[in-house]
Design a protein. Sequence first.
Length: 527
Amino acid sequence: MQRIKKITAIILSVLTLSSVCVFGSSFSAGAKGTGAGLAEWALNAYNSGWSYVYGGSTPGAVDCSGLIYSYAGGERCGNPQLETATETGSVSAGIPNVHGLGLWRPGHVGVYVGNGMEVDARGDEYGVCYEAIGGYNNWTYWFKLAAVSYVTNGWESFNGNYYYYENGEYIVNTSRTIDGTTYYFDSQGRSSKTPSNTSSSSSSGSSSSGSSSSSGSSSSSSNTPSVYKNGSSGAEVKKIQQRLADLGYYDGAVDGYFGDATEEAYKAFQKAAGLTVDGIAGDSRNTLYSENAPEAPKADTTTKTEDKPEEETTAPTEATTEPVTEAVQYQNGDENDEVTAIQQQLIKLGYFAMDATGYYGEYTAQAVANFQNQNSLDSTGIVDEKTYNALFSDNAVANPKTEVVSGEVSPAVSAAPIEMPSSTGASQFILSNEKNQNYSDTASSVAVQSVKSADKALAKSNAASTPTLVAAVQRSANVGLWFVLVAVILGAIAFVFFLRDRKLSRYSRYVARKKKRATKAELDARW
């Protein structure tokens, strides 16, 4: 009997191991506890077809926070994750180039995997999703998890490629000479070569050998992140803006956000300095901060500050009838009463199909761009002086695709993605599934958002069809292999019990015959 128990235990262990091999073979995340490892874990969850299970936190069956917890442990839900995060920031101001950041919006969390993409366990009908950030995926905050370590300087491997981090972010659209070898990094941060020594670094203080062998040009710029471009933010951006303002190229707010105005100012500087005009502040910052940096032509800076007031006192133009100035500019990330007024005016004209929130998000920017397009303005999505004046003028052109009746848009466009405000009240930190309980979205909003997500998926189907097909084939193959293994193991169990029963049967007959012979012998001896 003990022998049978041992055999049964071994078979059950093999059965469990086969399930892990089949469903866990594609979990090969990076070093556990790292940002890149978490990002790979999330991608593999998508490719392996994990199911959504409310409250689940084990590989193969997770909810939104369970996807993170299954890899890194730590806090289980969104609110504690944010409270214990080592660093947070607004998504509307730009997401750092860091693999494995957490993403948050009221009631939901996800994982940033780089290149503008995220993975999240969305709901029973969706499972684990892999999509671009924006639209329905309009996340509110990014954050660094306390349970995960992030590279500050040096090499990092992710998803089969190598990335180089400087000051906490991987570098893009640039090159570095490290240990005598020059590496080029594309727009996604991927290195052109596999590093011979992944522990080397060109950043000061991180590796003496790497620092001493770096070229002079790279060592001077490696103490700060390599490039800043539209969407970047931080102290370095504020420094760039202030320098551009000192040189006369920039007259906007020095707020540390690299927006369209900053990009145009930087392009003007690059053109004046004879540099490549791409609006990206990379190695060209050395020229920007140098004593020989060219100043903007005086004609570009004096028109607004000197000539215009004199013209206004003698011959006011049409624009002076509006209560705005040259400095008027509202863009993504702003939140104030003036934004509310702009949204209300867009509602009247049929471009804005939701209640005014006072928060200038992606949807507001798209509505402004649509208005600009219909009113023969540059379609930038930013409310500058011309756009503001046109918007509030009597000649403003309404949206021809909607029917405006008493200030209300037609039902065809009345539902729209919800723009998330920057406030984070305690009542917002409620986790729930995406079907959904506890979400503030209405059923009609969710339906329209799903249609928008489907449209976006169709638009990029050429790029996404191959990995999706591979993932589907892989999931089907895994399930089929698992059923084959289960069938084989169950057959083995049945065969063992068949042999056992046959052996017991033979043994019983043997004992019966022996007992019969013994009885006969005893009777013969008596008689």
